[in-house]
Design a protein around this ligand. Structure first.
Ligand code: SF4
Length: 389
């Protein structure tokens, strides 16, 4: 067995060579400032070093009824609970009109796994959004929801995805990744989609040219080896997708920390501190040498830590969201939305030029940051309005 490289040599090698699973695990034991410096160096070389991007979008949770019952979820309801809901298409349209009014380009449409919905609801919803909001991209349904549809509607995965794509689906968010090691998943959510199915569904989506991102949640009590294994599985999938599917793999990587308030894991799972979050983000940037875009997470960590994350490997601030119900139901950081001005300010104050992107991480607008920030200063109320600027 070869002896592990000392920390400095390992980080030096990480800046130009792929690390093994054991070497990724070793990064967790190195001083964070040194890991962060390597991650930031890689961020500067892999993406435009001057630019931080973000997306104007809205999360819409079309139903909160779910029969999976994850122990870490405070969002879901059973259908008998008074505050359970399923949104009708017009209510969803009204939410999208608010997004259009602030220049938004994408909705993230996800629900619980509601056993009362039939295929017509899903395809009808996609068709309704495409017909009434033709400029809005629809990234919808986690692998968990797709697995439910596959089991319920008598279609194999290929036929199901073709049906959803024909109805208007543009992308499949990679939600529900958490830690893609089944020992961790079984403890946190016994009925949760298993890692093989998660990758099988993501792989099929990438084969069909759909947008996907890779996700990760830390704080279940997982080991460093399990975190490293999660990253290596993501990296392997990205290699496969890029090789076999014309370069269409994960557009980005998003990672956040487990929130347990109001959940059955409260007091049982350790969660993760800001230090652990930044460490994990930096290690992801180093390990995922084939994913260019690494997102900072403000809903779980707050704006200040998200801004710091721009020096720990992140090149993107995620999105404004306008509405976030899942992380916030379990605590979050008290913020369910960000204004355009807030994200511009985070980027500018950290020394970067902000740019508005689409969901494929293509830049669609360079906002006049100086004008946006000075206008808000003159009118503090405007600064708080959704999408001000
Ligand atoms: S995390 Fe998703 S699948 Fe799990 S209970 Fe909540 S809504 Fe259902």
């Amino acid at each position: 067995m070869t002896a592990p490289l000392p920390g400095t040599a390992l980080l030096d090698r990480a800046t130009h060579e792929r690390l093994t699973p054991g070497e990724i695990e070793a990064l967790y034991h190195l001083p964070l400032p040194e890991v962060a410096a390597a991650a930031h160096h890689l961020r500067l070389t892999r993406r435009d070093p001057h630019t931080v991007t973000f997306l104007i979008d809205r999360n819409i949770n079309y139903t909160n009824i779910c029969n999976v019952g994850c122990n870490f979820c405070a969002f879901y309801r059973t259908r008998r609970q008074k505050d359970s809901y399923t949104l009708d298409f017009e209510t969803i349209s009204a939410k999208i009109r608010e997004l259009e009014a602030v220049g938004g380009t994408r909705i993230l449409l996800q629900g619980g796994v509601n056993p009362e919905l039939d295929l017509d609801y899903y395809t009808g919803l996609l068709r309704h959004v495409k017909a009434n909001h033709p400029t809005i991209r629809i990234d919808a349904f986690s692998p968990e929801e797709v697995l439910f549809m596959e089991k319920t509607f008598g279609l194999n995965l290929d036929a199901l995805l073709d049906t959803l794509i024909e109805a208007g689906l543009d992308g499949l968010p990679g939600a529900g990744g958490e830690i893609l090691e089944d020992d961790v998943r079984a403890g946190a959510a016994p009925a949760r989609i298993r890692s093989d199915d998660w990758f099988r569904i993501i792989d099929a989506a990438q084969r069909k040219g759909l947008y996907t991102i890779a996700t990760m949640v830390i704080g279940f009590g997982e080991t460093y080896a399990q975190r490293a294994a999660h990253l290596v599985k993501i990296r392997d999938q990205q290699d496969r997708a890029r090789r076999d599917y014309g370069g269409n793999g994960f557009s980005g990587f998003a990672m956040w920390t487990l929130q347990t308030e109001h959940t059955r894991l409260h007091g049982k799972a350790p969660g993760a501190t800001a230090h652990e979050y930044l460490q994990q983000l930096a290690i992801a940037r180093i390990a995922l040498d084939n994913i260019e875009n690494i997102q900072a997470s403000w809903p779980a960590q707050g704006f200040k830590v998200a801004q710091a994350a721009l020096y720990y490997g992140a090149n993107d601030l995620g999105s404004t969201m306008l509405e976030e119900n899942v992380v916030s139901a379990a605590g979050g950081h008290g913020r369910h939305r960000a204004t355009v001005r807030e994200l511009i300010r985070i980027a500018v104050d950290a020394g970067f030029t902000p740019a508005i992107r689409n969901s494929r991480f293509q830049i669609i607008e360079w906002p006049d940051a100086e004008a946006v920030l000075s206008r808000a200063e003159d009118n503090p109320e405007a600064a708080r309005a959704v999408g001000a600027g």
